[in-house]
Design a binder for this molecule. Structure first.
Ligand SMILES: [Fe+2]
Ligand SMILES: [Fe+2]
Length: 196
């Protein structure tokens, strides 16, 4: 497995205590879910798409609560870096809501999914390059672990694998409940980090 792990310069903490390792893993999970949605058909595509939407929602919420505030406080020019990431996140959310209006079997679904995927990939690369690298340089092991607690609390809100019976019910919910999921995620992250 080790060859599958992204090299983490200077990261001796275990992945569970290392916020950057956790977020990189979520970026990988998001890529895999895009693959799964593209490859699946019918109900399986709908169900995989719901998992993707949930993971994107909790991942971005965790970054808004955990990553961006750290970068604003601790990185020179951090405000500009964060504003650029927030603009990308807003644009991805617009693409996502245009996608969410379609049935997953609609002929327009896959082209829009691929457009979203391109936006999300570009955004993830920018985060890794302009934010995560600075978190590694500027956060000590204690800070990495505290930030990791927030991200793990968020991750618990979005299982990346299907849970029979639960996800089929979730398969029919639209973006309204996703906004509620983001609120619950925000609360969970703040509580886990001791400010909620
Ligand atoms: Fe993000
Ligand atoms: Fe991200």
């Amino acid at each position: 497995m080790s060859e599958l792990h992204t090299p983490q310069a200077g990261g001796d903490a275990t992945p569970d205590d290392d916020v950057v390792a956790l977020l990189m893993r979520q970026h990988g999970d998001i890529r895999n879910l895009f693959d799964e949605v593209e490859a699946a058909e019918g109900d399986a595509r709908q169900e995989a798409f719901r998992r993707l939407v949930r993971l994107l929602a909790v991942h971005e919420t965790a970054e808004e609560e955990v990553v961006h505030p750290f970068v604003r406080r601790n990185v020179a020019g951090g405000d500009e870096v964060v504003e650029a990431r927030l603009a990308e996140e807003r644009s991805a959310k617009e693409t996502l809501s245009a996608l969410d209006d379609l049935e997953t079997g609609d002929p327009k679904f896959l082209p829009r999914l691929r457009a979203l995927r391109a936006d999300v990939q570009e955004h993830a690369r920018a985060e890794e390059r302009y934010e995560f690298i600075h978190i590694r340089r500027n956060a000590d092991a204690g800070a990495l672990a505290s930030l990791a607690r927030g991200v793990k609390a968020a991750e618990a809100m979005a299982p990346t694998r299907p849970h029979p019976g639960v996800e089929s019910a979730a398969a029919n919910v639209a973006l309204g409940p996703v906004a509620a999921l983001m609120d619950r995620t925000r609360d969970a992250v703040r509580k886990a980090m001791g400010s909620g």
